[in-house]
Design a protein around this ligand. Sequence first.
Ligand SMILES: *[C@@H]1O[C@H](CO)[C@@H](O)[C@H](O)[C@H]1NC(C)=O
Ligand SMILES: *[C@@H]1O[C@H](CO)[C@@H](O)[C@H](O)[C@H]1NC(C)=O
Ligand SMILES: *[C@@H]1O[C@H](CO)[C@@H](O)[C@H](O)[C@H]1NC(C)=O
Ligand SMILES: *[C@@H]1O[C@H](CO)[C@@H](O)[C@H](O)[C@H]1NC(C)=O
Ligand SMILES: *[C@@H]1O[C@H](CO)[C@@H](O)[C@H](O)[C@H]1NC(C)=O
Length: 525
Amino acid sequence: MRKNNEVVFTPQQEENHEMVGNFRHFKDSIWWPVVKSLPRSTAVLLFPVMLIIGAFAYTRTLDTHRMFSGASSSKSAQSTTPYGTSPFTVSIRKPIAPLNCTAYNLTGTCPTNLQDHQNSPATATCPDYFRWIHEDLRPWARTGITQDMVERAKQTANFRLIILKGRAYLETYSRPYQTRDVFSIWGILQLLRRYPGKIPDLELMFDCEDWPVVLADRYNGPNVEQPPPLFRYCGNDATLDIVFPDWSFWGWAEINIKPWHILLGELKEGTTRIPWLNREPYAYWKGNPAVAETRQDLIKCNVSENQDWNARLFAQDWFRESQEGFNKSDLPSQCTYRYKVYIEGSAWSVSQKYILSCDSTTLLVKPKYYDFFTRGLIPVHHYWPIKDDDKCRSIKFAVDWGNNHKQRAHQIGKVASDFIQEEVKMDYVYDYMFHLLNSYAKLFRYKPSKSANATELCVESMVCEAEGSVKKFMMESLVKVPANTDPCTMPAPFDPPTLYATLQRKESSIQQVESWEKSYWDIKP
Ligand SMILES: *[C@@H]1O[C@H](CO)[C@@H](O)[C@H](O)[C@H]1NC(C)=O
Ligand SMILES: *[C@@H]1O[C@H](CO)[C@@H](O)[C@H](O)[C@H]1NC(C)=O
Ligand SMILES: *[C@@H]1O[C@H](CO)[C@@H](O)[C@H](O)[C@H]1NC(C)=O
Ligand SMILES: *[C@@H]1O[C@H](CO)[C@@H](O)[C@H](O)[C@H]1NC(C)=O
Ligand SMILES: *[C@@H]1O[C@H](CO)[C@@H](O)[C@H](O)[C@H]1NC(C)=O
């Protein structure tokens, strides 16, 4: 049995949180005077006000959203490849010239092999969570983005990335932990290869640390400056950071987590090994409790001689596992419990997509952060909500409920793994990046140019010097052929009432569970 061998949280990500905690606090203090968190309930109460404000911003941005739908070309061409399948439009899909590190080492310059090419029109509308792109960029919808705003985002950025005519330039300010920046930049280069000629000129500042820093309150009110547009991996209700897919989609070399397109296939197979009914009927979690108080609080729910809250919780022995080459970290073999707990560490955790894809029912401890896809998750549909301030009783009830409603509980697990498999597959990760960067670039009020210290970047400049699993994962996630269709069609922005209704619905599902939970405990002696 390998049921305890689960990788949920990674030591490096988490030790890093502890190590940089103080430093980061200092960084945070730049914004500190205006810190004020905005709980969800407050957000709902404030909504009528936002409705009015939002209505203006909304009408101002309507026009810019139309561009994505009709971008495809109707020109047809002689098929020179086996890829053209549409009877009406045949696309030319020349493979990109293969990597040649000998040539790169000789000249030290990036090859010029990226070219425009024809695509078939997109067939699909993007998943619903793409609508949040409009919301994330709304702070600049009226004003546009100026050079001054971008420069102000430099304060905490690890790097500036510039795209000009489909070529990428990089200016590094500081290195984050491990290879987060490397694989994030690698991911953007793959996007350029996937959609050559379709990414407009732009520049962006990227902060690879965990916590969002652009506090909304600071930019609220008359005569305040506009917020800096800063890209990072997660956000929360009090901040305006722009969320972008994290590095793990191209691989996490330090802990041997493979590129997402490979892992996703393995996970799909892994979930079929033990049917839901035959899995352990408990809530399982394994990770590093030290990184967050809320996790230490969770550990108190562990089974012992004196109590059983239906929770089986394990601390990860990262030192031993790293020594053993993470050979116990095979994610697809970890779907052995009916219920899996997701709990944030110091911020969002990349493990959420692995937990959700297990076909187990995810018990999701009320989160504070979101990443680019998690705003698409609906309580009771994709996961079961767990109270943050009463975890043990909440878990006990959830597992009892699930074991008494097996079909419904399994259904929640299944809907979540289907969502991850179908709506968070790599094609859509790239399309999300595509639409986010296109919408972002539309807002530019100046023409970006190559800054003095920026150097050109290409896959050769990254991979030729790389070694070990970094190189391996890069080669595995390399885009070798441009996409043969356009990106999916961007859904329209939420109109304010719909957005309000969506948030309301989520809130009331959670309240529904809380009221069931309350009656359960009221009846229990
Ligand atoms: C290119 O240069 C890098 C670093 O200088 C080296 O590691 C690599 O082996 C070279 N590759 C080839 C094909 O010469
Ligand atoms: C790589 O580049 C070198 C030097 O330009 C050339 O001699 C070699 O044929 C190229 N290899 C491939 C596989 O294209
Ligand atoms: C939780 O309890 C189990 C069973 O007693 C034990 O193996 C495990 O180490 C405990 N977890 C923690 C984090 O103490
Ligand atoms: C993992 O590696 C360790 C040490 O190399 C070995 O003892 C152990 O049997 C391996 N475990 C698995 C599941 O392969
Ligand atoms: C470029 O880098 C050098 C050395 O790191 C630094 O002194 C200089 O200020 C930088 N120039 C710009 C325009 O950022």
